[in-house]
Design a protein around this ligand. Structure first.
Ligand SMILES: NC(=O)c1ccc[n+]([C@@H]2O[C@H](COP(=O)([O-])OP(=O)(O)OC[C@H]3O[C@@H](n4cnc5c(N)ncnc54)[C@H](OP(=O)(O)O)[C@@H]3O)[C@@H](O)[C@H]2O)c1
Length: 264
């Protein structure tokens, strides 16, 4: 399928590395003007350079802003009053025993992982609806459905994103704007190789090591390997395109079959 996003401007929040950077690359490759984002100007500039080296025709604008804050969202809106595609990718995660997560940590996770997306949707959805075209895509996780005991605060935020998505899709009813979430499964991002080595040892070649890791520590996966960020980016690019015009309010999975369910 040829995906043409030329003429569209797309923000990918939290795109200096990992899944966000892969999504930014894929959208740029499809011809979109991509706004790459992170908190540090050095890192956003480096991400923009990296994208231009891999997609020579890429139109990329780095914006350093902490999008987990209202001030950061306002800063972005001043630079880009209108966007065609908003990808809420930014998210934090970390393990903590359930009974040790205090109020401040619950609120921090909600603010960074959920409120950041809600603010951007509130900022950009009205313009998209007025122009009768727009795409909002939020990156959720298998943890939204299979809530990990060691990070229920993270799971809560990803479940909330599914709900936020469904609700705003209703708010955009009949406007030509679609609002969806993507349930990403365990993904090969920075740091994961050392995490895998910690758990299965460092004697095995990477491919075997990750398969061993998945079989032993992520046995729900049906592909028995980590997902590559580009595989998540492929679904995001499709959802951002004209071709996905009848898909809205959904939670679409790139989870390697991790969630043991026919739906969502
Ligand atoms: N990795 C997985 O296996 C996995 C699985 C399922 C879902 N997900 C979800 O996929 C998304 C991306 O995950 P990832 O593993 O690629 O993340 P990551 O490697 O930790 O990267 C996070 C990105 O977000 C940026 N960021 C963090 N806080 C920010 C803030 N307040 N404002 C702006 N940017 C901020 C970071 O940039 P700077 O540090 O430069 O600011 C970085 O570019 C997350 O929503 C995560 O929950 C990940």
């Amino acid at each position: 399928m040829h995906i043409d996003l030329s003429g569209r401007t797309a923000l990918v929040s939290g795109s200096t590395q990992g899944i966000g950077l892969a999504i930014a690359e894929r959208l740029a490759d499809c011809g979109a003007h991509v706004v790459v984002n992170g908190r540090d100007p050095g890192r956003t500039d480096a991400a923009a350079r990296d994208l231009r080296s891999r997609v020579p025709a890429a139109e990329v604008t780095p914006v350093a802003a902490d999008l987990a804050t209202a001030a950061g969202a306002t800063e972005l809106a001043q630079r880009f009053p209108a966007l065609d595609v908003v990808v809420n990718n930014l998210g934090i995660f970390g393990a903590r025993p359930a009974l040790e997560i205090d109020d401040a940590e619950w609120l921090r996770y909600f603010e960074v992982n959920v409120l950041s997306a809600v603010r951007l949707i509130r900022t950009y959805l009205p313009g998209m609806m007025a122009r009768r075209w727009g795409r909002v895509i939020s990156i959720a996780s298998d943890s939204a459905v299979v809530v990990p005991e060691e990070m229920i605060h993270y799971g809560m935020t990803k479940t909330a994103l599914l709900s936020v998505t469904r609700g705003f899709a209703k708010a955009a009813r009949g406007s030509g704007v679609t609002v969806n979430s993507v349930i990403a499964g365990p993904t090969h991002t920075a740091g994961v190789e050392s995490f895998v080595a910690e758990l299965v040892g460092d004697e095995l070649p990477w491919d075997e090591a990750q398969r061993e890791f998945m079989r032993t520590h992520r046995p729900l996966s049906l592909i028995e390997r980590l997902i590559e960020p580009a595989e998540i980016a492929n679904l995001v690019a499709y959802l951002a395109s004209d071709a996905a015009s009848a898909t809205t309010g959904g939670a679409l999975r790139v989870d390697g079959g991790y969630v043991d369910s026919i739906l969502p």
